[in-house]
Design a protein around this ligand. Structure first.
Ligand code: TRP
Length: 333
């Protein structure tokens, strides 16, 4: 009965580019650890959400497979965790439609991500972008997830999923588990190396600002050496020193050292020695994963077989919830 006592965690990732060091240290690495911490984890690639912004079809396909291989290379364990591709489980779209009918125009209009993305893609404010939170609520509620680990930018979406679940349960009885956002303990917030006031992002125009998890050692070294720091030279955490703070955060996340230990290690040494040390630590962290990644992507048949075999496992859970919801609202079974 162990399984019933385990709390379920659900998370999904957009796959519109290669993961960055920020995705890796801020989310992926911590999420994968949760499978060892007694949680029942369900993870997926949110390729349907990716369509809310225009994608190049061949690239979306490529990035989806790449992202899948990367999580396997990181050690995601398919004997413990379900890991699938959202579009391969049609129940997500089906439940999303139902939830659309229990979500108000007004509440979707207030979503900050909708407002931001509408401003950014003014030529393509499509209905999918608007109802994105309903699809995300379906992702979460289908699996009766207890916790959803998310960064600050997605917290509002988990909150609306809770509101929708409570509203639905209020009318029809307990259909959905009401999920809680989970703020991971060690979630490093990695900023751009070129503009340490904004988050590291794969869509950063300045490619020197972001480290891709697939960057080779020379590229990683070069980008860290060019990282923006302030005019001082002391390796010390402090206000107004966002560049150094960010590098210290990365070094701490990768080596497990505290900020005090890092300051002591580099006392009297300056940025000139600190930056390459951060680069070396990141290179050493990524190297074994990159090696496994290359083996996995080289074996296309294995990769395809693997993700295809995961969809029915997710579907078995999703279908139970969907049919319960369909029955409750009066659809003929
Ligand atoms: N919207 C999330 C993001 O952009 C991705 C996502 C889709 C998600 N469905 C989800 C995250 C369900 C958590 C749970 O990062």
């Amino acid at each position: 009965m162990e399984n019933q006592e385990k709390k379920r965690i659900l998370s999904m990732y957009q796959c519109t580019g290669t993961f960055t060091l920020g995705n890796y240290l801020g989310a992926l690495r911590n999420h994968i650890k949760l499978q060892e911490e007694g949680y029942d984890c369900v993870y997926a690639l949110a390729d349907l959400h990716a369509l809310t912004v225009r994608q190049v079809p061949a690239e979306l396909r490529k990035y989806t497979k790449e992202a899948y291989a990367w999580l396997l290379a990181m050690g995601l364990d398919l004997s413990k965790t379900i890991f699938f591709i959202q579009s391969q489980v049609p129940e997500h779209c089906q439940l999303a439609w139902l939830l659309n009918c229990y979500t108000q125009f007004g509440e979707l209009s207030r979503m900050t991500q909708f407002k931001d993305k509408s401003a950014k893609h003014a030529d393509n404010i499509n209905a999918g972008l608007f109802t994105y939170p309903c699809l995300m609520a379906a992702d979460i509620l289908l699996y009766q997830a207890d916790y959803v680990p998310v960064g600050a930018d997605q917290k509002q979406h988990v909150e609306i999923a809770r509101d929708i679940a409570e509203r639905f349960n209020g009318i029809y009885g307990d259909v959905f588990t009401v999920p809680e956002p989970m703020i991971p303990k060690h979630g490093a917030r990695v900023m751009s190396l070129q503009n340490p006031l904004s988050k590291m992002s794969k869509s950063d125009e300045n490619q020197n600002g972001n480290i891709s998890v697939l960057d080779d050692p020379d590229t990683i070294m070069r980008k860290f050496k060019r990282a923006k720091t302030d005019s001082g030279s002391e390796v010390r955490f402090g206000e107004g020193k966002e560049g150094v703070n960010n590098l210290m955060g990365i070094y701490a996340a990768v080596t497990g050292k505290s900020f005090d230990e890092i300051e002591a290690e580099f006392a009297g040494k300056g940025y000139g020695e600190f930056k390459p040390a951060v680069a070396e630590a990141v290179i050493a962290e990524l190297r074994p994963i990159q090696e496994r990644y290359r083996e996995i992507v080289a074996d296309k048949a294995y990769l395809e077989e693997t993700y295809r075999a995961q969809a029915p496992k997710a579907q078995a859970i999703a279908r139970r919830t969907l049919s319960k919801a369909m029955k409750k609202v009066g659809l003929v079974q």
